[in-house]
Ligand binder design. Structure first.
Ligand SMILES: C[S@@+](CC[C@H](N)C(=O)[O-])C[C@H]1O[C@@H](n2cnc3c(N)ncnc32)[C@H](O)[C@@H]1O
Length: 308
C-alpha cells in the first residue's frame, strides 16, 4: 500500500498541554503514524515511559520501528480499554498524562482500500480495525430506512438524512452498495442543496464512520474510566474534530463525578459531589499558518484537563 504521510495536528500545544516530564508515564491512545508519540518520546528521559494504543493493524505495523526503544510499548487495542491496559502493563505506577487525537488518520482517509473516503473510489468498509465488526457496506445492506436516516442525522448532523436514507434503500433494491464512489454519487444526487465548499457526501460519510466504529461510545467509556488511573495533577489532552466529541470532552471536564440526588424536602445539606477533573485554559485551535499547511487542522479543537 502506498505510504501516505500524517502531519501531527497542534503538536506543540499537545506537548505543552501534557506538560511532559522526562521521567513520567504517558499514554497516546491514538497512535496513527506516531507523530505525537514521537514528539513525546523526544521529551522523555531514560526513566520515562510511553504506552501507545491504536485499533488499526496498520498503525500497529507503523509502531514496529519504535520497538527497540525501551521507553516505548504498543498495545493494539481500542482506547476504551486504556485504564485496564495500564493496570495490567504498569501496575501501581501513576499515570502523568493521557492523550487522544480522535477520528481517522490521513493515511486511513487517503487509502482507497480502507473505504473511508468519498474522494477516492474503494470498497465501502470504513472499519478502523478491519478484522472485526461489520463494514459500512454490510450494515447498509441490512439496516432499515429509519435506522439509516437516524444514524446520518445524529452523527452527521445532516438535514437531508431522510432523503438520503430513502435513496440508499431504493438503490440497494437493484444491487448492494459496495463502493464508496457509488455511495458518494447516490448521496450527491439525493441532497437538494449543497453547502458551499463542502462535498454533499461529507456529512453522511462522517456519520457512517462514527457509527461503524462506535466512536462516541469509545470516547464515553474512556472519559468514564480514565480519571481513576491518573495521578493527582496528571494531564488529559484531547483533540476533537467535530462538535459531538468536543461537547462530550467539555462536559467531562466540568461535571462532578457522583451525581448525588437527595429526596426533595430532606433537611440535609448535600455534600459537594466529588470532582475528578478540571479544565485547564481555553480550547485551542490551529493558527492560520498551521491551517494553511495542514487543512485537516481546521476543524481541530484541543482541550486540556487536569486530575484533581
Ligand atoms: C487522527 S489519527 C491519529 C494520528 C496520530 N496522532 C499521529 O500523529 O500520527 C487517529 C488514530 O486513532 C485511531 N483510533 C480511532 N479511534 C480509536 C479507538 N477507539 N481506539 C484506538 N484507536 C483509535 C485510528 O485508527 C487512527 O489511527
Amino acid at each position: 500500500m502506498e505510504a501516505v504521510s500524517h502531519i501531527p495536528v497542534l503538536r506543540d500545544a499537545v506537548l505543552e498541554g501534557l506538560a511532559v516530564r522526562a521521567d513520567g508515564l504517558y499514554v497516546d491512545g491514538t497512535f496513527g503514524r506516531g507523530g505525537h508519540s514521537r514528539a513525546i518520546l523526544e521529551r522523555l528521559g531514560p526513566e520515562g515511559r510511553l504506552l501507545a494504543m491504536d485499533r488499526d493493524p496498520e498503525a500497529a505495523a507503523a509502531a514496529a520501528d519504535l520497538a527497540d526503544d525501551p521507553r516505548f510499548a504498543f498495545e493494539p487495542a481500542p482506547f476504551s480499554t486504556m485504564a485496564a491496559t495500564l493496570c495490567r502493563r504498569f501496575p501501581g505506577r501513576p499515570v502523568d498524562g493521557v492523550f487522544l487525537d480522535l477520528g481517522v488518520s490521513s493515511p486511513q482517509l487517503d487509502t482507497p482500500e480502507r473505504g473511508f473516503s468519498f474522494q477516492h473510489d474503494g470498497p465501502l468498509d470504513m472499519r478502523m480495525d478491519p478484522t472485526c465488526g461489520e463494514s459500512a457496506a454490510d450494515w447498509l445492506a441490512r439496516a432499515d430506512e429509519t435506522e439509516i436516516a437516524d444514524v446520518i442525522y445524529r452523527y452527521g448532523e445532516e438535514r437531508h438524512s431522510r432523503r438520503i436514507a430513502r435513496a440508499i434503500v431504493e438503490a440497494r433494491r437493484e444491487a448492494p452498495i459496495t463502493r464508496t464512489g457509488e455511495l458518494a454519487e447516490l448521496v450527491s444526487r439525493a441532497v437538494p442543496r449543497r453547502e458551499p465548499g463542502k462535498h454533499p457526501a461529507t456529512r453522511s460519510f462522517q456519520a457512517l464512520r462514527i457509527f461503524v466504529n462506535q466512536e462516541l461510545a469509545e470516547l464515553e467509556q474512556w472519559l468514564a474510566t480514565i480519571p481513576d488511573v491518573l495521578a493527582p495533577g496528571a494531564r488529559l489532552v484531547v483533540i476533537s474534530f467535530h462538535s459531538l466529541e468536543d461537547r462530550m470532552v467539555k462536559q467531562a471536564l466540568r461535571k462532578p463525578v457522583a451525581d448525588v440526588r437527595l429526596p426533595r424536602g430532606l433537611p440535609v445539606m448535600p455534600e459537594e459531589p466529588e470532582r475528578k477533573l478540571r479544565p485547564v485554559g481555553k480550547p485551542i485551535h490551529a493558527d492560520r499558518d498551521e491551517q494553511r499547511r495542514n487543512p485537516r487542522s481546521r476543524s481541530a479543537v484541543l482541550r486540556i484537563g487536569e486530575r484533581l
